[in-house]
Design a protein around this ligand. Structure first.
Ligand code: PMP
Ligand code: GLN
Length: 383
């Protein structure tokens, strides 16, 4: 039998590759994005409590009611959108699963999906499996902003879905209200849905605000907004996230979700619901918490030969290495740094259909303890 791959272009993700290489060389792993510090004690205690209380069987397909209510209440407080926890909020096993379900629910064979490069790696395989095709638009090279003229040019009758990601992984760029209004104007007369990946919604720095699609009345009517408890509560391994969409759209999303996983993991949902109820303001200190880490890293790198602009959001910092090794492409550079200097990072080119020619950028994750960041600074300054 000849096995014909449905995803012939897909290999092992860069996150797995770089984390494995970091492990093999005993390098500091600043590649895959995850904290090296632990979650809050009350959150871990709540999980233990619920496991022991016997909350270990299937949860409701749509998610635990108490957690959906907490999500709705956060959305109402932060984005002034009174979403209905029953009909508009669905808890999923991670944001990745939510993105996958939304894409399967919306994209039909032959449809086009607009994505912006550098683009998170899980979108395109999901679009391909749905029988659709990604149309890639490169973000502007200097500031990772969107070229709306180019966007307008690629719109056509086959365009079914636009996927946006703000705060943006890997660049940390943010979409402005003007961007959202442009987008709304350009798709207003068309049957196009919007998938908004907002997993870093609470990690926005320097007093800036996250412009959620949940706060944009017009765009929300055609949108599915995805977020992840993993990023917000330092528990990426809990793989618990959610999707929010207007009732009719949510009904379609749930048709897929119920057959991909049926429900999210039960005790995690209880623990998160308890924690959100007890500490609704927990998310408000995240910008300061992560901005300090960004600043520590950037200060430590001032004496290095890397050049950079401090990241505006997320827990990623881009570093330009052209003053160090412009003879290596970014994949080679990431490998060389891991092997020779003990620091693992993520090359940017893997997130592009067509990487820009003169780009020498690596992404490093600063969701790390102060001592890890200090060590990273030492190692990176020694190059
Ligand atoms: N979208 C983006 C932009 C991400 O960076 C990540 C994760 N790291 C995800 C989605 C997936 O989140 P989760 O781990 O909850 O599946
Ligand atoms: N989203 C994480 C990152 O960008 C990785 C998640 C994964 O390993 N798939 O680093």
């Amino acid at each position: 039998m000849v096995l014909q791959s449905k995803l012939p272009q897909v290999g092992v993700t860069i996150f797995t590759q770089m984390s494995q290489l970091a492990h093999a060389h005993g390098a500091l792993n600043l590649s895959q994005g995850f904290p090296d510090f632990d979650a809050a004690e009350p959150l871990k205690d709540a999980l233990q409590r619920h496991v022991h209380a016997g909350h270990n069987q299937y949860a409701a397909m749509t998610g635990l009611a108490a957690l959906r209510e907490q999500v709705a209440s956060k959305i109402s407080r932060l984005y002034r959108n009174p979403v209905c926890p029953e009909q508009e909020v669905t808890i999923t096993p991670g944001a990745t699963q939510a993105l996958f379900c939304a894409i399967q629910a919306l994209v039909r064979s032959g449809d086009e999906v607009i994505v912006f490069d550098p683009c998170y790696d899980s979108y395109e395989p999901a679009v391909s499996l749905a029988g659709g095709r990604c149309v890639h638009i490169a973000l502007n090279e200097h500031d990772f902003s969107v070229d709306w003229q180019q966007f307008a040019k690629v719109l056509n009758d086959k365009t079914r879905l636009v996927i946006i990601n703000s705060p943006h992984n890997p660049s940390g760029a943010l979409l402005s209200i003007a961007d959202l209004n442009q987008l709304a104007a350009l798709i207003r007369e068309r049957d196009i849905y919007l998938l908004s990946d907002e997993v870093y919604e609470h990690l926005v720095f320097d007093g800036q605000l996250h412009n959620s699609i949940l706060a944009h009345d017009e765009l929300y009517q055609r949108a599915c907004v995805v977020s992840s408890f993993g990023k917000t509560y330092h528990v990426t391994g809990w793989k618990t996230g959610y999707m929010v969409a207007p009732p009719k759209l949510t009904a379609e999303l749930r048709k897929v979700h119920q057959y991909v996983s049926f429900c999210a993991v039960t005790p995690m949902q209880y623990a998160l619901a308890d924690f959100m109820l007890a500490q609704p303001e927990y998310v408000d200190q995240l910008p300061v918490f992560y901005q300090r880490k960004r600043d520590q890293l950037c200060q430590a790198l001032e004496g290095s030969r890397f050049t950079f602009t401090p990241s505006a959001s997320t827990y990623f910092q881009l570093l330009d290495y052209r003053n160090i090794r412009d003879d290596l492409n970014d994949v080679q550079m990431a490998q060389w740094l891991t092997r020779e200097h003990g620091v693992a990072s993520i090359p940017l080119s893997v997130f592009y259909q067509q990487p820009p020619r003169d780009q020498y950028l690596l992404r490093i994750c600063f969701a790390k303890r102060a001592d890890t960041l200090a060590l990273a600074g030492e190692k990176l300054c020694a190059i």
